[in-house]
Design a protein around this ligand. Structure first.
Ligand SMILES: O=C(O)c1ccccc1NCC(=O)[C@H](O)[C@H](O)COP(=O)(O)O
Length: 242
């Protein structure tokens, strides 16, 4: 594992638009225009990764599959794809975009046998999103409870899950800072890399997450702060370069 924090600027797509939600709640969207333009802007600014989310697929309000595939295929940088990947068809469609990895969320809570099979078949190409309120996991676009964080983590670890994307829903899209305690607690319970998501508001937040790299945090997803211009991606990359 590198000792430098990886940054993953986010492009969350709802109804064809790049948006950010507050607490992941449907209806709380702020729109930021064309997803491809946003993704290309992050790439031009030096991103190594793009975190690309199909929110409609996550919520079950349709999908943006064709547009998501167009964005993923246009990227020269690594793409992590999330939202509504719950069965063989959606998994194959996601992998066919050429993305580097997919995030499974709801499926890890509702279809554990399928997820164990997918982890065994695809290894590093699969991460599991652990999206929590407190220590209770949430699925179906974060609208339904899905069990205990640490029990699920132990099960997924035993199945060989390669990495986790950990989101405190109470922080997501709020610019209130990341939940460092949650990240530390998850890192203490697994030896797999953890990608932090939700709440980043400042370069100091990124430095604080970067201080957890020795504990197992590998990356940080940044959404709202970049769209709200709290800092630029260039500044963020510079802040975690040392
Ligand atoms: O990732 C999902 O599947 C998802 C489902 C339902 C609501 C939101 C979802 N993802 C949100 C994100 O991944 C955000 O882009 C990320 O947490 C960034 O948060 P922030 O920096 O606080 O804007």
């Amino acid at each position: 594992m590198s000792n430098r924090l990886e940054l993953l600027p986010a492009v969350d797509v709802r109804d064809g638009q790049a948006v950010r939600l507050v607490h992941g709640e449907s209806g709380s969207e702020t729109s930021y225009g064309d997803p491809l333009e946003a993704a290309l802007a992050w790439q031009r600014a030096g991103a190594e990764w793009l975190h690309l989310v199909d929110l409609d697929a996550a919520f079950g309000t349709g999908d943006n599959r064709a547009q998501i595939a167009e964005v993923a295929r246009a990227m020269d940088v690594k793409v992590e794809l999330s939202g509504g990947i719950r069965d063989d068809a959606s998994l194959q469609a996601a992998l066919a975009t050429g993305c580097r990895r997919v995030n499974l969320g709801t499926a890890a809570l509702e279809s554990p046998e399928w997820v164990a099979k997918v982890i065994a078949e695809h290894g590093e190409a699969v991460a599991v999103g652990l999206d929590v309120r407190g220590t209770t996991l949430r699925g179906r676009g974060w609208t339904r409870d899905g069990g205990d964080l640490y029990e699920t983590l132990a099960r997924l670890d035993a199945e060989g899950c390669a990495r986790y994307v950990v989101t405190d829903i109470a922080k997501d899209g709020t610019l209130k800072g990341p939940n460092l305690e949650l990240l530390r607690n998850v890192c203490a319970r697994t030896d797999r890399p953890v990608v932090a998501s939700g709440g980043v508001s400042s370069l100091d937040d990124l430095r604080a997450i970067a201080s957890l790299v020795p504990e197992g945090v590998e990356g940080a997803i940044v959404g709202k702060a970049l769209y709200a211009k709290a800092f630029t991606l260039e500044e963020a990359l510079e802040a975690v370069a040392r």
